[in-house]
Write a protein that binds this ligand. Structure first.
Ligand SMILES: [Zn+2]
Length: 382
């Protein structure tokens, strides 16, 4: 047999590879080996029909929390990711230099979802809530330890995380941003900066960011976001930074996704570069996030095109994680990470992080999730 598995007759959407249309996807040895219309069914040991379904690369969630901690997915990581088509997840700074070994243990031993991580500038990371101090006490800032942790964990540690918010950093100046910059430069990796409710205007932070760095929670509706305190027009510094390669990540979360701001931003031609969840156990079970496909469905509702949404949940985040050509793509040679979804026409209520609701007409539903050619999730019959 030429193929272990064939996914037949689905509507392939992989904008990162330019693959689009009615095609079969053939898998052998855990890799994608062929994507073409009408492959020979007799060449496959097993086939899965994807008729009337979308066949897209396994989703890549570039901002979530998986450490076993107060506000992470912990032991629920695989279930919550895989049931939403996610095959690769990145922990956005739950751990720092002092407890990264614990996160490493989780990634190596406790999750089958492919995982990468940003290392928090704070040695203690996000332990519990902001009350734990994260970076409220200057001695917790550990640029050297952060860079060293990344150097010692190159296979999974891909960047530096700074959460810049009230009560999280030790002073409301650019000093915390400079410390994160120092750690990122020492390790030769990008930094991701959380900007929700920042006491500092975003342009002051952007001044310290380089192409490849990530502004996360870019669609929050609180002070000092992409539209400044007025929340009317996208700041020119934001447009410039995005044009020069700074990445704007949405990371929905409990506090970072505001429908009125999203409508205004889209009207002005702003699109986030990546779609991500900031998922924790709480936001997955109580909402408003629930999962990756729900976040994608919300953006579809506000008029973002399906290809644009898929690209931002697959190839673009895969590149940030150093997985270009390996994950987030259906190109032959890549790992066979595949999500079979349905764009279902039905009324659904969507909620943002600030209590606003809208009634949508369609949503993405996950039917099957494959990683390395193996089925990790199959939707129960309805
Ligand atoms: Zn987060």
């Amino acid at each position: 047999m030429k193929y272990d598995l064939m996914i037949r007759g689905g509507d392939v959407i992989d904008p990162g590879s330019g693959l689009r249309g009615h095609m079969d996807v053939a898998i052998a040895g855990g890799k994608i080996v062929e994507v073409a219309p009408s492959l020979r069914e007799a060449d496959a040991r097993k086939t899965i029909s994807a008729k009337d379904r979308l066949v897209i690369p396994g989703l890549v969630d570039v901002h979530a929390h998986i450490f076993v901690n107060c506000s992470d997915m912990g032991e629920h990581t695989d279930r919550l990711c895989n049931s939403s088509g996610v095959t690769t997840v990145c922990d956005a700074g739950s751990a720092g230099s002092a407890n990264f070994a614990g996160l490493r243990f989780v990634i190596d031993k406790a999750v089958r979802t492919r995982a990468r991580a940003f290392v928090n500038l704070s040695a203690i990371g996000i332990v519990g809530t902001a009350r734990s101090g994260e970076l409220a006490h200057f001695p917790y800032a550990d640029p050297e330890g952060c860079a060293q942790t990344i150097a010692e964990n190159r296979d999974i540690a891909i960047g530096v995380k700074l959460r810049y918010g009230p009560g999280i950093v030790w002073e409301y100046t650019t000093e915390p941003v400079k410390a994160a910059r120092k750690a990122a430069d020492m390790a030769g990796v990008p930094m991701m900066v959380h900007i929700t409710d920042s006491p500092l205007p975003l342009p002051e932070m952007l001044a310290h960011m380089k192409p490849g760095d990530i502004v996360t929670h870019c669609l929050h509706g609180r002070s000092h976001g992409i539209m400044g305190p007025e929340r009317q027009l996208i700041l020119k510094e934001v447009v410039e930074a995005q044009r020069h390669g700074v990445i704007f990540d949405c990371a929905h979360g409990r506090s970072h996704f505001n429908f009125p701001l999203i409508e205004k931003a889209l009207d002005q031609g702003f699109l986030p570069d990546t779609v991500s969840t900031d998922l924790t156990f709480g936001s997955a079970t109580r909402g408003p996030v629930f999962d990756m496909t729900t976040t994608m469905s919300k953006l579809l509702h506000f008029g973002v095109g399906l290809d644009d949404v898929v690209l931002r949940a697959t190839a673009t985040p895969a590149k940030i994680l150093g997985l270009e050509g390996i994950a987030g793509t259906l190109r032959p040679g890549a790992n066979a990470d595949i999500a079979i979804l349905e764009l279902r026409d039905e009324a659904c209520e969507f909620r943002d992080s600030d209590g606003n609701t809208v009634t949508g007409k369609r949503r993405l539903v996950t039917h099957l999730t494959l990683k390395d050619g193996r089925v990790l999730y199959e939707r129960p019959a309805e």
